[in-house]
Design a protein around this ligand. Structure first.
Ligand SMILES: [Zn+2]
Length: 334
């Protein structure tokens, strides 16, 4: 089992007697240079090649299917292009070009504070890697991040918004820093009830959730396989449980890896807002569908949010400084 603090070490800064932590940087960022990655697609079982290409200010995260017709192959990572949330989060453009299993890559980009990237990919799914975000985070850290000459955009939550499906729910509420809280309840003895809260500041994503893997049950994996899905799935890229326990010979990376992965998913799914969410996310038995539904509910209510330009630094009183941005900008990210 890993000791969480050994995954990475991000120095905190002190300014006089005031303890300063950073929400990454106050400026928008892109990558220093292009990252090339390849790996297996979870559902197709095929090898997928992907390039993360630096992009301009206000470009956002946009996927490009290089195996599709030029001019019809761009898919912006936006919540209103989500077309499937059953097994992963999939987005599809108006020409039918799609890409799935985007959430762990989106989480890595948001978690590392990367705003503007063109993701060139030659298949309909992002490589699953080890089932977590850590391979993407390590590649981003190895390449480095470049600040750009524009303030980082954020969406400030002004009031509580909740979406519910039976006993599952997701809520966004006002707070001065981005916080992600989750709770899961599984009858399986190795999972049980787990809760976790992540402040999305100061490199916490890297330390605390980035290496936490997706998980599933052997019975479900067999059903998926019979349906021609999950062909690339294995103990190499997911935690698999049967009735006796965790089947992976190496065991878990931490005892609450399951809820930490759910938090990772939420960071990735909420990144489809197109900007930092300045508020608290709470997910109770939540999944990709509710994570998408909460963004639709948020942007349907003009009184629930305002676009701001982040100044990025917070002190120990956790006050973030920001300036209101043009509402019209907010509309373009909706
Ligand atoms: Zn996931």
């Amino acid at each position: 089992m890993l000791h969480r603090a050994t995954i990475g070490d991000f120095p905190r800064e002190t300014a006089g007697s005031i303890f300063i932590v950073r929400i990454y940087t106050r400026m928008q960022t892109t990558l220093n240079k292009t990252i090339e990655l390849s790996g297996i697609g979870l559902h197709s079982g095929r090898t997928v090649s992907m390039r993360l290409v630096p992009a301009d200010i206000d470009h956002g995260i946009v996927f490009k299917r290089v195996d599709k017709e030029e001019g019809k192959n761009l898919i912006p990572a936006k919540h209103d292009l989500v077309t499937d949330t059953r097994l992963c989060t999939m987005i599809t453009n108006e020409h039918g070009a799609n890409v799935g299993t985007i959430e762990h890559l989106m989480a890595a980009l948001r978690g590392c504070g990367v705003d503007n990237v063109l993701v060139e990919i030659d298949a309909a799914e992002v490589p699953v890697m080890d089932g977590s975000s850590i391979a993407f985070v390590q590649a981003i850290d190895a390449t480095g991040i470049k600040e750009q000459k524009a303030a980082r955009r954020a969406i400030k939550i002004l009031k509580d918004i909740t979406v519910q499906d039976g006993d599952k729910w997701v809520r966004l509420s006002p707070s001065n820093i981005p916080v992600y809280k989750g709770r899961i309840e599984f009858a399986h003895a190795d999972i049980g009830v787990q809760e976790y809260a992540l402040k999305l500041i100061n490199g916490n994503f890297r330390h605390d959730v980035a290496d936490c893997r997706t998980f599933g049950f052997l019975k479900e994996a067999e059903m998926l396989r019979a349906a021609g899905l999950g062909l690339g799935g294995s103990l190499e890229n997911a935690i698999i449980l049967d009735e006796h326990g965790v089947m992976n010979p190496e065991g878990l990376r931490c005892t609450d890896e399951f809820i930490r992965h759910k938090i990772l998913d939420a960071v990735g799914d909420l990144a489809l807002a197109g900007a930092v969410i300045l508020g608290t996310y709470e997910g109770h038995k939540a999944g990709h569908a509710l994570n998408n539904a909460i963004l639709h509910a948020l942007f349907a209510d003009d009184s629930a949010w305002m676009p701001v330009d982040l100044h990025g630094e917070i002190d120990d009183s956790e006050i973030v400084t920001f300036t209101p941005a043009d509402r019209a900008y907010g509309k373009t990210i909706n």
